[in-house]
Design a protein around this ligand. Structure first.
Ligand SMILES: NC(=O)c1ccc[n+]([C@@H]2O[C@H](COP(=O)([O-])OP(=O)(O)OC[C@H]3O[C@@H](n4cnc5c(N)ncnc54)[C@H](O)[C@@H]3O)[C@@H](O)[C@H]2O)c1
Length: 346
């Protein structure tokens, strides 16, 4: 199958690109190469005859038309997005433009391509979204595919809007779409502004490890390679018009997650131990959702997927990877905004 993957130079998209090529799919990676991108993430497949790269912006409809007519993909996996909640608080405009208007452009370019090809039933537009569109849970309960939308940050609101557009293009035009809403990912190649790499890298440098509020927010953590596997299964087996909630079955309070990473570093880099002395509680993110948790029954029962990596094992692999790959993360520390506290605007 020839798959057009948007955002394939980012964290999750690059994992999908690597796995899709390994499975023998032809991949066209469409990415604007924003601050969050890194072509080193896909270096392992860069010379494969199955891989092509197109630098393009999903806000540029003409560029999308050209790419669809050049490559004639059998399927689209749409991951390109502005993805950092803290940046969405400081500058929501980019999130509206890329996540909403960019998704609209992708849907229109895909629809024109699909109609020109005779509306094949086998075509797929797979939209990759987040569990954050469902809002915030109390101490109990889980999100599933029937949970009403209740986004609370500019990021999650822009993703919710894009989900609605994708569903509308299915109902109105018959475009064969599949949606997935996933919980927090972590693992190798995670850009160093997100919680887990921030903890690892600040601890390694002996700098304060910022924990928002009291660290009591709960997230359901999924190892990124498990997410990429789930996405490729949903692409192939998902029913058009249906959505699938993907989760790690690994709920953790942020503070417990941070302490676990510190313990792993104490073991693997004992020179700085105990690393948890660096934990520093900082002012909370405005509108910080208290808890996310996913009920992944539909993925398990209908598509036969479940996570293969526990959070203990995944964190161990992730810490090891950052220790072994300084040449990957070191240059990223100079990118705009990295290492600064963002998203505190009232
Ligand atoms: N990270 C998570 O925990 C998580 C969880 C669930 C869903 N998601 C969703 O998965 C997708 C990928 O997330 P990620 O964490 O890999 O993000 P990321 O920020 O690491 O990567 C995003 C990629 O999209 C590209 N991009 C951004 N704007 C673009 C534009 N206008 N045109 C073309 N390319 C553009 C960037 O260059 C980058 O390579 C997003 O849609 C996100 O909402 C993420």
């Amino acid at each position: 199958m020839k798959i057009l993957i948007t955002g394939g130079a980012g964290f999750i998209g690059s994992a999908v690109v690597r796995q899709a090529v390994a499975l023998g799919h032809h991949v066209v990676n469409l990415d604007a190469l924003t601050y969050a991108a890194n072509l080193a993430n896909v270096a392992s497949v860069g010379n494969s005859p199955l891989y092509q790269f197109e630098q393009a912006d999903i806000r540029d409809r003409a560029a999308l038309n050209r790419i669809f007519s050049t490559h004639k993909p059998d399927a689209v996996m749409h991951l390109a997005a502005e993805s950092h909640v803290d940046r969405s608080i400081d500058g929501p405009g980019d999130f509206i433009d890329t996540n909403i208007t960019g998704t609209f452009n992708m849907l229109e370019a895909a629809r024109a391509h699909w109609q020109a090809a005779g509306r094949p039933d086998t075509f797929r537009f797979h939209h990759i979204s987040t569990d954050e569109v469902f809002g915030s849970l109390g101490p109990t309960g889980q999100f599933d595919e029937t949970t009403p939308y209740d986004p609370r940050s500019p990021y999650s609101a822009s993703k919710a809007a894009s989900d609605h557009l994708v569903r509308a293009w299915h109902e109105t035009y018959g475009l064969p779409v599949v949606l997935t809403n996933c919980s927090n990912n972590y693992g190798p190649f995670h850009f160093p502004e997100k919680l887990i790499p921030v903890v690892i890298l600040n601890a390694l440098h002996g700098r304060p490890i910022p924990v928002y509020g009291k660290g009591e927010n709960v997230r359901d953590w999924l190892y990124v390679e498990d997410h990429a596997t789930a996405l490729l299964i949903a692409l192939e087996k998902g029913v058009p018009g249906r959505s699938y909630a993907i989760g790690g079955e690994n709920e953790r309070r942020n503070i417990d997650l941070v302490r676990t990473i510190c313990e792993l570093l104490d073991e693997m880099r004992p020179a700085g131990a105990p690393h948890d002395r660096l934990i520093s509680f900082v002012i909370d993110r405005p509108g910080h959702d208290a808890r996310y948790a996913i009920d992944p029954s539909r993925m398990r029962e209908e598509l036969g997927w479940r996570p293969s990596v526990t959070v203990e094992e995944g964190l161990r692999r992730t810490v090891r990877w950052y220790l072994d790959n300084e040449s990957w993360w070191r240059p990223l520390l100079d990118r705009q905004g990295v290492g600064q506290r963002l998203g505190t605007a009232p």
